[in-house]
Design a protein around this ligand. Structure first.
Ligand code: ACO
Length: 322
């Protein structure tokens, strides 16, 4: 990831989580479950749940505001905004358009991207390509989800997993790129493995074939994640941080083992934040960054997978300054 080709670098990170924290004990009052089952099968102890006034867009704006402040970039300097979400109600105007106006931007390119759980890695790849192609110089990329609106709180197999929140990155043009390239793909036989069910006009709920997805993640994900490292011109020994989609601690830990990264920093935000789909990777990394838990200019392997059934991975260096 060196040389004189124009590309992008990560300048700043931000996140937002709703105030309300829901515990496993609270869920055990709604469905037939218990703290021991949830923590031993998923690692999740708590999750944040949005209020009525927290929307995909409002959470995206707060995460974006924090990322711009972290980057030291003025909103008026942003010339591309991409919001990725599988739970947004905004069709037109897009959530990206609402974020641009909400943050006082000066007419950047705006669009939403839907690729469910790996949506953030897809959106980062597209923003990086726009910068490489000369179509943008400063991009704000946000994953924001209000999964609680698409959760059936009578279904114990899914309501224990889902949560709300947002995460954001600011990318800027550089002649010393430290983002990507993005490796992406899909798994045809798992097309309906993770989905939002429901006909138009009916309640729509998140549903999945948990065991099939789990099997794929344990056996196939590491190979695709390693391809992203190779595409960046690096080896696994160079990676300092692993940020996998926060779907299950029992997936994150074997993935770290398969990639020989257990002695590196492995983000396990799922324990306190649950599964926030497209927000989970930037949310987990931003929280660790702002806590001061991760170094500057460190290669982080990002890998997302889920609905579609799609996956995507890329290497991104943390911002060059602390
Ligand atoms: N509490 C108690 N028991 C439960 C619960 C619960 N909350 N949920 C299910 N059970 C029961 C089941 O009914 C079943 O009982 P049975 O054996 O009597 O039939 C038993 O527990 C085992 O159920 P499984 O579904 O096989 O449980 P599993 O160990 O596979 O865990 C889980 C389920 C956590 C969903 C796991 O399969 C998983 O993580 N899969 C991958 C999910 C994923 O990565 N999705 C991609 C992303 S989707 C997104 O990000 C939005």
């Amino acid at each position: 990831m060196t040389g004189d080709r124009r590309g992008s670098q990560l300048l700043g990170l931000g996140h937002f989580q709703p105030e309300r924290i829901m515990t496993n004990e609270e869920l055990s009052l709604l469905v037939d479950t218990n703290d021991e089952w949830i923590t031993s099968r998923t690692g999740i102890r708590t999750r944040h749940i949005a209020s009525e006034t927290d929307t995909v867009t409002s959470m995206a704006i707060e995460a974006g505001r924090m990322a711009l402040a972290d980057a030291g970039v003025a909103a008026t300097d942003v010339d591309l905004v991409i919001v990725t979400s599988v739970t947004s109600h905004d069709r037109s105007p897009s959530s990206a358009g609402r974020v641009a106006v909400g943050l006082g931007m000066a007419g950047p390119g705006i669009f939403d991207l839907s690729a469910a759980c790996p949506g953030f890695e897809y959106a980062l790849g597209v923003a990086d390509m726009a910068i490489r192609a000369g179509s943008a110089t400063t991009a704000l990329v946000i994953g924001s989800e209000k999964l609680s609106e698409f959760t059936d709180y009578t279904d114990r197999s899914t309501c224990i997993l889902t949560a709300d929140g947002a995460g954001a990155f600011v990318l800027g043009a550089t002649d010393r790129p430290t983002v990507g390239p993005t490796v992406w793909g899909s798994v045809p036989h798992l097309l309906d493995g993770v989905r939002i069910d429901g006909a138009p006009g009916e309640p729509r709920y998140f549903a999945q074939e948990g065991r099939s997805v789990f099997r794929w993640a344990i056996t196939e994900a590491a190979g695709h994640a390693e391809r992203a490292v190779t595409a960046a011109g690096l080896t696994l020994a160079d990676i300092e941080i692993l940020v996998s989609h926060q779907a299950n601690l029992r997936i994150i830990e074997p993935l770290a083992e398969a990639l020989h990264l257990t002695d590196k920093i492995v983000i396990t935000d799922i324990v306190e934040s649950g599964n926030t789909s497209a927000a989970s990777v930037p949310l987990g990394l931003s929280k660790a960054w702002h806590r001061g838990d991760i170094p500057a200019d460190a290669p982080a392997l990002l890998f997302g997978f889920g609905g579609g059934f799609a996956y995507a991975g890329l290497v991104v260096h943390t911002p060059a300054r602390a």
